[in-house]
Design a protein. Structure first.
Length: 268
């Protein structure tokens, strides 16, 4: 596991965006061989999306041959609802770049057949082969996508009931009214995420410190789903100083030294 520790949220966003751009360019995607990108919603990736938009607008990056799969969607919110993840992605990312509409894949929270929707999502991913880079955030309780504590670490795309903590955290997007937050969602599973060639988790702010501790220093535990990243061959966590508050000083120093040595090697 790589743990990238940056000074603050802005530095994390820039690093993550640069890494995404690097992976897309290095892949040399074509219409017949697109780069497959897994994407999150929420406040954490907004800075990364803003940086990627800047790169596109500056002519430094194209999304023409990129295919995306989003992590999740609330059940019961139509795509045009201001708090649906369809709306979030369109407003904060997709409408600002040159990605073809046909290349965008999102779960349908208005489906009448949840099981079929989830099965089709998994099968669509398989038709593309695999997701090359899956990006995600992490909740204060260690959830990734909507895989709440206690989720199976081999789970696939399915319906999940949201915990009170998640509903409370997400109420800030619903006029701080918890009663307006949907209580269920469709989400990719932990196993779905782990199938990706590479997984990058963004964790910023002191509120994510305990989750980061369990992800990096704790045991692999379904009560902290993010801890499964320890088992991924190419797992990356991008975090800021505030999020490292509960890591041991030796752990922080170790990961900083590793990245500094790598940077020196690149410069040479």
């Amino acid at each position: 596991m790589r743990v990238i520790i940056k000074n603050d949220y802005s530095d994390c966003s820039l690093w993550a965006a640069n890494y995404v751009a690097y992976k897309i360019k290095a892949f040399h995607p074509t219409p017949k061989k697109p780069f497959i990108l897994g994407l999150p919603t929420g406040s954490t990736p907004l800075g990364m999306y803003a940086e990627l938009i800047k790169m596109y607008q500056a002519g430094k990056l194209s999304f023409e041959n990129v295919v995306t799969f989003n992590m999740d969607e609330y059940i019961g919110l139509p795509p045009d609802h201001p708090q649906s993840y369809h709306h979030f992605m369109h407003e904060n990312f997709f409408k600002h770049i040159n990605i073809p509409q046909a290349n965008i894949h999102m779960l349908n929270g208005m489906t009448k057949d949840y099981a079929l929707e989830c099965q089709n999502y998994e099968e669509t991913i398989k038709r593309y082969g695999k997701i090359h880079l899956f990006i995600g955030g992490v909740g204060a309780d260690g959830h990734i996508a909507f895989n709440e504590p206690g989720s199976s670490l081999s789970s696939r795309t399915r319906v999940k009931t949201l915990t009170n903590d998640t509903i409370k955290a997400n109420s800030r997007f619903f006029e701080n009214d918890e009663d307006k937050v949907p209580t269920t969602a469709l989400t990719v599973g932990v196993g779905t995420i782990m199938d990706a060639e590479e997984v990058m988790i963004l964790a910023t702010g002191a509120a994510k410190a305990r989750a980061l501790h369990h992800a990096v220093e704790g045991s692999i535990n379904h009560m902290w789903p993010v801890s499964i990243l320890q088992m991924h061959q190419h797992g990356i966590i991008v975090c800021d100083e505030a999020a490292t508050n509960e890591l041991k000083a030796d752990t922080v120093r170790y990961f900083k030294e590793i990245e500094n040595q790598a940077l020196k090697g690149i410069k040479k």
